[in-house]
Design a protein around this ligand. Structure first.
Ligand code: NAD
Length: 512
């Protein structure tokens, strides 16, 4: 008889750029996670009661802490991801930016609503919508942006008045630990907890949360949805992508080449909204490819210290490097050609920035999410073919369109089956917190951000009706029933609801 595998009590965290162990974290058990959840719930009521302004004060204190600790946070980010310094520094910067937005806006977004509805049933009523937070929100994050990802979801949930239990990826938990350390160090109410560990710890978070915000792969997202469904709790999923770039014949080719390069290779291509497929209209294909290839060849790849010396860093894990290598190998075996890059670079988990040509729509580099520094380029005859191929994917996260004709670009954008389109730019929608960020098809369910919706999603809506005029001893439809009042009520309802007078049949005693 074989023994069941023993569960790890702790997990080592490695720097993928050089393989050194940079930290160790607990692999929390379900029992430990449940205890954390109970503590957070106990503190949530007071957090809710201090209101959006009281919470904004704490969020701004946290923002100050991030400003003061930016270099330390970037050090930790580099140590567990192998990112270049420049990319590590963007993460705390983004979080301070979004804190400013949610801390300033939450009060307005959470103000009671008083919708107006003219109708015989509601005319004498004051209608109110109020927003009350889910007591405990579980936030489960992936490894590609270990400080930004917690920020994007934890901050609006805290601003809403919820307590949050954060479960970062076991690959990169140290930056999330810094995030929670900061919250504790400023002396904020104990409404932010950190559960670390593998998928089981993530599952345990779902088992005790009232709402789950998940970011990660489509495969895990499906399991999260099943578990949330079993518990009948709401959730939002931000999943994988295979974003297309459409370079049209009237594009500014210099800008398009720069934008596609950055959009495809930023964070070594490990961004949910990385450009992973490029469709170029035939008249500008040669010029675009020549420019892009020359630019990609000139990129500097390697491990940074505190100085910003390199453009492209390592991949997060050996497994991720192997996926990228497999996609390139399979595509080359099917006829593709790497005009630059195409292989891993050691030591560490580096993979050369790669441009692939002679690619067709059936190759792995086009059908599967690569999450690496590869740019497969396909020549298309016209705009219609670009749109058709761009939409031919199980994913629908976002897309970019490159054209100097604004009307044309927007016409194309409106035909793409994706949650967001950036025209002549990349990723900018992510920093537009007033816009919804949510994938279509297998890229997600629900959305993060989106102005008021970004905070209200962490709230239960409560509807309250109250009389606004003196009440009678009974309403028209209350017992006992009578033909006269039913006829009158029906006429009144029809008079308000129908289009014109055609559907209003007057009771006999009102006919003329
Ligand atoms: P992953 O799905 O493997 O893991 C994500 C998180 O889920 C980790 O914290 C993991 O421990 C946890 N987890 C694993 N099994 C679980 C379970 N059964 N229940 C609950 N939690 C569980 O993803 P990853 O490899 O860390 O990240 C890469 C993926 O994330 C890519 O597919 C990428 O496209 C996606 N991603 C999407 C977005 C977006 O906004 N759409 C952003 C970043 C990354």
């Amino acid at each position: 008889m074989t023994n069941p595998p023993t569960e790890l009590a702790s997990i080592d965290v490695k720097n993928p750029a050089d393989g050194t162990v940079v930290g160790t974290i607990a692999n929390h058990s379900s029992k430990q996670v449940a205890q954390m959840a109970a503590n957070l719930r106990a503190a949530q009521g007071e957090w809710e009661s201090i209101g959006p302004r009281g919470r904004a004060d704490w969020l701004f204190k946290f923002q100050e802490w991030i400003y003061d600790n930016t270099n330390k946070i970037a050090d930790v980010l580099q140590s567990e991801t192998g990112k270049p310094r420049a990319e590590a520094l963007t993460e705390p910067a983004v979080v301070t930016d979004l804190i400013g937005y949610w801390a300033r806006q939450a009060e307005g977004f959470l103000t009671d609503g008083h919708p107006v509805q003219l109708g015989p049933m509601t005319i004498g009523k004051r209608l109110t919508t109020i927003y009350r937070p889910y007591p405990l929100v579980g936030v489960i994050t992936p490894w590609n942006f270990p400080f930004t990802m917690p920020g994007i979801d934890v901050i609006p949930a805290l601003a809403a008045g919820a307590a949050v239990l954060l479960k970062p990826s076991e690959v990169t938990p140290l930056s999330a630990a810094e995030f929670v350390r900061g919250w504790t160090e400023i002396g904020a109410p104990p409404v932010l907890g950190l559960a670390t560990g593998d998928g089981k710890a993530g599952s345990a978070v779902i088992d005790c949360a009232d709402y789950v915000q998940f970011t990660g792969s489509t495969a895990t997202g499906r399991k999260v949805a099943v578990r949330c469904g079993e518990r009948l709790i709401p959730y939002s999923l931000e999943l994988g992508g295979k974003d297309p770039a459409l370079v049209l014949s009237d594009a500014d080719i210099e800008r398009a080449a720069n934008g596609v390069m950055w959009g495809g290779l930023f964070n070594a291509g490990q961004v949910c909204v990385s450009i992973e497929r490029v469709y170029v209209e035939a008249p500008v294909y040669d010029e675009f490819l020549a420019k892009l290839t020359a630019k990609v060849k000139a990129l500097r790849q390697g491990q940074d210290g505190r100085e910003c010396k390199h453009d492209v860093g390592a991949l997060a894990t050996d497994a991720q490097r192997d996926i990228v290598q497999r996609h390139v190998r399979e595509s080359v075996a099917a006829g593709a050609r790497a005009v630059t890059g195409g292989k891993p670079a050691s030591p560490g988990t580096f993979f050369e920035p790669t441009v692939l040509v002679d690619v067709d729509q059936t190759m792995t580099c086009i059908t599967d999410e690569t999450f690496g520094p590869t740019l497969p380029i396909i020549k298309v005859a016209d705009e219609a073919e670009a749109i058709r191929l761009a939409n031919d994917s199980i994913y629908g996260l976002s897309a970019t369109v490159w054209s100097s004709n604004g009307e044309r670009a927007e016409r194309v954008a409106r035909q793409l089956e994706v949650g967001a389109v950036n025209i002549n730019d990349v990723m900018v929608n992510i920093f537009a917190y007033s816009l919804p960020m949510g994938g279509w098809k297998q890229s997600g369910i629900g959305a993060r951000s989106g102005g008021a919706e970004g905070v209200r999603k962490y709230c239960r809506r409560q509807a309250i009706t109250a009389p606004r005029i003196p009440t009678l001893s009974k309403e028209m439809l209350w017992y006992p029933v009578s033909q006269g009042t039913i006829d009158f009520a029906q006429t009144l309802l029809r008079a308000f609801a129908a289009r014109g007078r055609r559907r209003v049949s007057l009771p006999k005693w009102l006919e003329w």
